[in-house]
Design a protein around this ligand. Structure first.
Ligand SMILES: *[C@@H]1O[C@H](CO)[C@@H](O)[C@H](O)[C@H]1NC(C)=O
Ligand SMILES: *[C@@H]1O[C@H](CO)[C@@H](O)[C@H](O)[C@H]1NC(C)=O
Ligand SMILES: *[C@@H]1O[C@H](CO)[C@@H](O)[C@H](O)[C@H]1NC(C)=O
Ligand SMILES: *[C@@H]1O[C@H](CO)[C@@H](O)[C@H](O)[C@H]1NC(C)=O
Length: 286
């Protein structure tokens, strides 16, 4: 091989690599709704979603995944975001769908957002846990991660686990593990419930409301409809076997002790015959 040819190959190879990494949003997502309220900026490195009186907006992944670790950096709507929900979640389709949710409930200027989390298994949700954040989520981008493997669902904020839902492999304790899920993100008006239980309404004279996304990363098993199986191309498969270690449990307890404001496991309206849902009685699953 001549030097020129090998130089060309090297150049071409690195061009391909650059192209592959420069357009993560175009490559991985399409705009699901809201038209040009969703905007790809900075060569697809940055994506903004906006909400006005007529519509919100949302994007979704091109692929479905059966187990994945999904990272997203989000900067939430600043100022008065009362009534507005910004969400980042995984969901499958159909009536008996599974879902793993991060929802950010907006608030008046200076009042705290609520991070609302939920898990649906075969169409049944009501597994809500809510938190305040230990930083202002509108001042800068922060990392929100959903890790979903066959042992565990983990919600992380800036790498700190805030919630775990373990696969206890016991009868009657559901865990989503059969249906592939897509990644979604959206912004919409929910002023009937989001802020102080619906008391504070969206102030439309301050629209449009804009949330920003970047740094999308996915390590996952891409679902192939044809072969009905899942394959992971990622060389780093550590996330597939990730379990909560002692240090992470400690971090999670710190968040839960200091920032958790609602836990379905402790809410008597979810109890059946006086007992909390079966997954709740287990250490670090509540
Ligand atoms: C988010 O993750 C990225 C990539 O790992 C890192 O560079 C950045 O510092 C993180 N941001 C925060 C606020 O932790
Ligand atoms: C909004 O602020 C009020 C007052 O600080 C607080 O009670 C509430 O939890 C905050 N968040 C939401 C989403 O209502
Ligand atoms: C809505 O926002 C406008 C513009 O900032 C402000 O003048 C008005 O007082 C706000 N309305 C309410 C109900 O807070
Ligand atoms: C995953 O993909 C590789 C290479 O494309 C293939 O050899 C392997 O059989 C696939 N595994 C499964 C479980 O489909």
């Amino acid at each position: 091989m001549t030097a020129a040819v090998s130089l060309l190959i090297t150049l071409f190879g690195s061009l391909l690599l650059v192209a592959a990494s420069a357009y993560p949003f175009y490559q991985n997502f399409y705009v699901g709704w809201g038209g040009d309220r969703a905007q790809f900026l900075d060569n697809g490195e940055l994506l903004t979603l906006s909400l006005d009186k007529d519509s919100g907006s949302g994007f979704q992944s091109k692929h479905k995944y059966l187990f994945a670790k999904i990272d997203m950096q989000i900067k939430l709507v600043p100022g008065n975001s009362a009534g507005i929900v910004t969400a980042f979640y995984l969901a499958s389709h159909g009536r008996h769908h599974d879902e793993i949710d991060f929802e950010f409930l907006g608030n008046l200027s200076g009042d705290p957002y609520i991070l609302h989390t939920n898990i649906f298994c075969r169409g049944k949700g009501k597994r809500e846990q809510q938190f305040y954040l230990w930083f202002d989520p509108t001042a800068d981008f922060h990392n929100y991660t959903i890790l979903w493997n066959s042992h565990l669902i983990l919600f992380l904020v800036d790498g700190i686990p805030i919630r775990a839902h373990k696969n206890l492999k016991r009868k009657g304790i559901p865990f989503p593990k059969h249906q592939p899920m897509s990644v979604y993100s959206s912004i919409w008006n929910a002023d009937d419930w989001a802020t102080m239980g619906g008391l504070v309404k969206t102030n439309w004279s301050e629209a449009p409301f804009i949330a920003s996304y970047k740094g999308f990363g996915v390590k996952g098993c891409v679902w192939r409809e044809v072969s009905s199986n899942c394959n992971t191309s990622s060389s780093n498969k550590r996330w597939l076997s990730h379990q909560l270690d002692y240090a992470s449990e400690g971090q999670m307890k710190w968040v839960q002790n200091n920032f958790m404001i609602y836990n379905y496991c402790l809410d008597a309206k979810n109890f059946v015959l006086g007992f909390p849902p079966p997954e709740c009685n287990v250490r670090s699953n509540n």
